[in-house]
Design a protein around this ligand. Structure first.
Ligand SMILES: Nc1nc2c(ncn2[C@@H]2O[C@H](COP(=O)(O)OP(=O)(O)OP(=O)(O)O)[C@@H](O)[C@H]2O)c(=O)[nH]1
Ligand SMILES: [Mg+2]
Length: 357
């Protein structure tokens, strides 16, 4: 899974990125723009608990990649942002980092704090970037049609027209309900406005105390948006303190939970994800999967051979496992189920894939 951090200039994307990734990253280059990719470990206390029980050689949490791009200029619209946004074309979800702290913008003027306005601006930018892609693709397709070329694909043409019509009206592609069989195709176009879009309100210490008001304001304007609030800079400063001082400062600032929990939870909700586990003496490991997918897909996340040779999955949920804390006892109790290829994996499932190579 990969998340792309977008936002206006100086909204705190890099601050949040450094906080979540512990400032380990690689530099990416797409055209003229530079961006950074880093890995975020998904916090999950169930992994530590399982590790305590199995005492494996290795314990592995689920991870996410995050991409930090340059900010979108506030005044100068469209042209430059499309270029920066290229770096997040392939991500699974966009995280909009919204500025909720005072200071100056890239135009040298004092910023107005306006989360819904900023979200709208970002939506316009990603839709514009998509419109550029749709129009250039449409031009090619229409040219093929005129020439009567065998590569002409009427279905693709129809999809593109539908996308263009939505974008012309300011509707993101994610709002169009395409039939299931078209969804893969839509993903292939890598439209930005087709991706899940989450908002993280990056607040100053004082504004963080009023975060509920800002969240409500955003929800009123964008009812279905997944939105959460953090105070990235304060947390980054706290991270640099001695361990014993950290909790004290977090409490003082009213930060009940680290930013990473907020962002990951929002990402799980916004992208419709779940975690499942594999356990054993060698390794206890958490994996990420889209909700609604079946056991063979989960097997495929572990290794493509496991998906190809999938026979059955032994399944027990984390909560049921915790009653005995032993796979052998759970098996004796009949608590470990044998599921086939249609089984829909649930959050917290502990899986053992039986397969053929
Ligand atoms: N007061 C305050 N300043 C912040 C906060 N978060 C970030 N900043 C400051 O704002 C400036 C920009 O932060 P960055 O994290 O670099 O912002 P960015 O979104 O990555 O900026 P670009 O990559 O240039 O678009 C830095 O000087 C940060 O220290 C905050 O919560 N409060
Ligand atoms: Mg930055």
């Amino acid at each position: 899974m990969e998340l792309g951090f977008i936002g206006v200039k100086f909204s705190g994307k890099s601050t949040l990125f450094e906080l979540l990734t512990g400032n380990h990253f690689e530099i990416l280059r797409t055209g003229l723009a530079e961006s950074r990719r880093g890995r975020v470990v998904v916090p999950d206390p169930r992994v530590e608990t399982l590790s305590g029980i199995f005492k494996p050689k290795k314990t592995t949490h689920a991870t996410f990649n995050c991409i930090d791009i340059m900010g979108i200029p506030s005044g100068n619209r469209h042209d430059t942002s499309s270029k920066y946004l290229e770096a997040v074309r392939q991500v699974d979800g966009l995280v909009a980092v919204i500025r909720v702290f005072e200071g100056y913008g890239d135009d040298g003027k004092a910023v107005t704090i306006d989360p819904p306005g900023e979200i709208r601006h970002l939506e316009e930018e990603i839709q514009f970037a998509d419109l550029v892609v749709v129009e250039s693709r449409l031009e090619k397709v229409e040219h093929l049609k005129q020439r009567g070329a065998p590569q002409y694909d009427k279905h693709e043409h129809d999809i593109l027209i539908q996308c263009k019509e939505a974008l012309d009206e300011g509707i993101p592609i994610r709002k169009i309900s395409f039939p299931e069989e078209d969804k893969k195709r839509i993903r292939g176009f890598q439209f930005l406005s087709a991706k899940p879009f989450l908002a993280v309100l990056n607040c100053s210490e004082t504004r963080y105390q009023e975060r509920e008001t800002y969240i409500r304001e955003v929800k009123e304007k964008f009812p279905n948006m997944v939105v959460t609030a953090v105070s990235a800079l304060s947390e980054k400063e706290i991270q640099e303190l001695e361990e014993e001082d950290r909790d004290l400062f977090m409490e003082e600032l009213g930060i009940d939970e680290p930013a990473i929990h907020h962002v990951i939870r929002a990402a799980y909700e916004g992208l419709g994800l779940l975690s499942f586990f594999t356990v054993g003496e060698d390794e206890v490991r958490a994996w990420t999967l889209r909700q609604g997918l079946t056991a063979p897909s989960a097997a495929g996340v572990i290794h493509s051979d496991l998906e190809k040779g999938f026979i059955r999955a032994e399944v027990i949920s984390y909560d049921v496992f915790m009653e005995t804390q032993s796979i052998a006892k759970a098996k004796a109790n009949g608590q470990v189920r044998l599921e086939g290829k249609d089984y829909v994996v649930q959050d917290g499932d502990i899986l053992n894939i039986r397969f053929n190579v």
